[in-house]
Design a protein around this ligand. Structure first.
Ligand SMILES: Nc1ncnc2c1ncn2[C@@H]1O[C@H](COP(=O)(O)OP(=O)(O)OP(=O)(O)O)[C@@H](O)[C@H]1O
Ligand SMILES: [Mg+2]
Length: 407
């Protein structure tokens, strides 16, 4: 890929595949210089079901992004999500190696490595290990132990695992597109990168991403990700309900949902009428917009209630102060925020992307947040050792490289 100041992100969603190419300038600002979007064909609920179709979809998104930016992409930061993705909290402990007891970056790495040795079924592989907090001897809650003195270093880590087959098939699809992988990242981590501030993560915050087939949930508090869950329902279920309820095709239902839909029937004027094109040889009919919203509302409520149940399981509600942040195309329905506020009795807001200095028109929608998050993640994280990409530099090094090249 031309230059170290360029990163490519690939969001393989259940409805669409998005490729973004980002360039970092001399101030460390990220500009989206190319993008490509293609319908996600060959995938079901984040799982490859038809390799050829998946490869074609990925290729199309990447080709379009290359065309727009004039940059050739050979490696990507790719997101992973789906029902097959699970997470657990684990613990790692090591003896500090230096005789003077000073903790080094290598000790931290070893402690994180030690946390990986949890019992994981053979059909699952570890995708990400995210340190939550360290303890040095008896002192807990340490954020960065490097340079501290101690004999024992412990880490609490959040371990994300995915089904081996599902992850492999994604790698294989990328391989067939001649794309190396800088990072495979849990999508929630990518979202947090651009939607949450350090204060949000410290104070406590819940991310809900309503996609096509799935809704992902992640819970952050005390400075780190603590819990993730996937609800196997999303915007596609809403569309299905509309198609059945109004006896129309899925395509028409999707269109009606996007143009006239709402997640809360009470915000819609009952006298407003919409035309429902009849499926097959049925004739068109007029229905109140309120009827459409009444079909949508219970499904969105179901999705949010299931998210609520997960939240209750994971944490006591009073532990959270910063509230809920929503993203994903499914959350674009008017009234979603209000409905979520009613259900959770907590402040709810749309996620606003931070840290991307410029993005092309149309990419500021909720549906593209994951892709922006992956891009920001690619810039801020050095590829893990043994990642399937070539050696690449951290963003600081990239920035230095950029400056040296231009001045
Ligand atoms: N303007 C809109 N109003 C209502 N719903 C919308 C709108 N735009 C998109 N959607 C819905 O959002 C869903 C897709 O969301 P998104 O693009 O976030 O999913 P994805 O990233 O492809 O999938 P996932 O995150 O599940 O892997 C679809 O069901 C679509 O109907
Ligand atoms: Mg998505």
């Amino acid at each position: 890929m031309a230059g170290d100041n360029i990163v490519a992100a690939l969001d393989i969603g259940t409805t669409k595949i998005v490729c973004l190419i980002g360039e970092m300038d001399e101030h460390g600002d990220i500009y989206v210089i190319g993008h490509g979007i293609s319908p996600a064909e060959g995938l079901r609920r984040g799982i490859v079901v038809d390799m050829d179709k998946t490869v074609r979809s990925i290729r199309k998104a990447v080709d379009d992004a290359q065309l727009v930016s004039g940059v050739e992409v050979d490696r990507v930061t790719v997101g992973i999500a789906g029902e097959h993705v699970r997470s657990i909290n684990s613990h790692g402990v090591i003896a500090v190696s230096r005789s003077d007891n000073e903790i080094t970056a290598m000790d931290v790495k070893r402690a994180i490595e030690a946390s990986r040795t949890v019992a994981i079924p053979v059909d699952r592989e570890i995708i990400n290990v995210v340190p939550q907090a360290f303890s040095v001897d008896d002192q807990s809650g340490v954020k960065d132990p490097v340079g501290m003195s101690g004999v024992r270093l412990e880490v609490e880590a959040h371990i994300v695992t995915a089904s081996v087959t599902s992850a492999k098939n994604i790698y294989r699809s990328l391989e067939r597109c001649n794309l190396a992988v800088d990072h495979m990242v849990l999508e929630s981590m990518a979202l947090a990168e651009v939607l949450l501030t350090d204060d949000d993560i410290e104070a406590g915050c819940i991310l809900i991403d309503m996609g096509g087939d799935i809704t992902s949930l992640s819970i952050f508090y005390d400075g780190a990700i603590r819990h993730t869950a996937v609800i196997p329902l999303g915007g596609k279920n809403v569309t299905n309900d509309v198609a059945i309820g109004l006896r129309t095709s899925l395509t028409q239902a999707e269109d009606l949902k996007r143009t006239h839909g709402a997640a809360l029937a009470s915000i819609v004027d009952a006298s407003e009428m919409i035309t429902v094109p009849g499926a097959g040889n049925r004739s068109d009919k007029e229905v109140s917009r309120n009827v459409l919203a009444s079909i949508i509302e219970p499904r969105v409520e179901e999705i949010l209630s299931l998210a609520g149940r997960e939240i209750k399981k994971a944490i006591p509600a009073d532990a959270l102060t910063a509230g809920i942040v929503v993203s994903g195309g499914g959350a674009l329905l008017p009234g979603s925020i209000e409905l979520a506020e009613q259900l959770f009795d907590m402040p709810v807001r749309y996620g606003e992307v931070m840290g991307i200095a410029h993005m092309p028109d149309g990419l500021d929608s909720s549906a593209f947040v994951t892709a922006h998050g992956l891009l920001a993640y690619g810039f801020s994280h050095e590829p893990e050792k043994g990642s399937r990409g070539g050696p690449m530099k951290s963003w600081m090094a990239r920035l230095e490289n950029w400056i040296t090249k231009r001045f």
